[in-house]
Design a binder for this molecule. Sequence first.
Ligand SMILES: [Zn+2]
Length: 457
Amino acid sequence: MTRVRAVAASLAVAVLAGCLGGDPEPRGSGGSPAARGRGGAKPEQYWPARARYRLALTYDAGAHALAGTERVEFVNTSPEALRSVWLRTWANGLGSCRRPFARVEVTAGGSAGEQRAGCTALEVRLARPLPPGERAVVALRVRVAVPPRPGRFGLFGDIASFGNALPVLAVADARGWRLEPYTDRGESFFSLTAAWRVELRVPEGLEVASTGREVAAGVLEAPLARDFTLVIGPMQVHELQAGGIRLQRFTAPGEPAGEARAALRTARSALTELGRRFGPLDATELDLVEGPGRVSAFGIAMEYPDLVLSPAAAPALTHELAHQWFFGLVGNDQWREPWLDESFAEYAQASLRSGGPDRLGACGRLPRGRPPLNSDMGVFERRPPRVYTQTVYIGGACSLRELERDLGRARFDAFLRGLVAGYRHEVLTTEGFVAALREAVPERFDVDRWLRAARLD
Ligand SMILES: [Zn+2]
């Protein structure tokens, strides 16, 4: 959604005095559907989970910075007591430890510990060990300034994009904390579904695109979102209703209205097709922001919960909207298994009537020596950028299209719909995908042959 206007200080204070007690429990438990009997994969658990984030932020239009407080409440879903948790401060991925873009102070519930991964990870040592099953709260004072250059986390014109900029809980499993480094080549991000409430004050005249929707003046809520993104600045806004979803197109002042309306129509067609094939979204509002020409060193568009940065062109827009299913609803560790969202988004775009030209004409010409499809970003960072594109985007999408042809569209769509339903607000892994595939295919279908051809190790 979201068009937050200036909020009177008294209102913001009154809202701050409220209580979290009535908030819905986030459904993402950190458990995988395997634990609920999908069979195949063994149960996986992630922690801390069932988080509730509550922020009160003020936007400084001169400094292009957000500052205020962040309260993070979470449950220890691990089998052991937790002595510390880690926050991801991805804003520092584009800065440095000496010149950080995110400054975080722990004001209650614990104290700041180590920083790792180029200061994109901050340990919070809890005030006391948190037993399994119990809930704790950590309070922070935060200030995040966008870098003065265009990007998904950056400044274009006078528009500030806070992509992956607000501190979020890192994720741990039985193997430990996942504290991967920032990558500009793709995504490093991994977080569990949580409940968000953001009280935001912005100067008069600026528009706000965001995750979630505005439930009262200056109050944004997203009850089930993996992250919370804000884009703030002078923008034009056009709207279109798409079934139960209110679409908004945010563009820089002076951009042609016709292009914004065309983008909205493309998005509506894509959402209708995607919803029919993969099941409904939870979102009632989606924000489509015309971002900068480049969102990172290698990307032109970027996905966030309920928000995309994308040009109007159908291939980019539909790819990013497909991420609302594969990344948004069905989560994955984007550094360790980027194919689980990128191959699916690329396949979806190429298979939609509204998706525009696609890149799958290259399916028969992909280099044989490319890395396995389920390689991590560390592998791709050591190769030329085209290897990542050929392997994860085009190669993965080609394999999914092959599977669609082998199974037939109806059975393939039923499989994907089941995958989305089974992993809704949870975390998909390659192992979980393979287990679900084995369950979904007819007995005569050779899953191992497809896995070999897809280069899934
Ligand atoms: Zn993508």
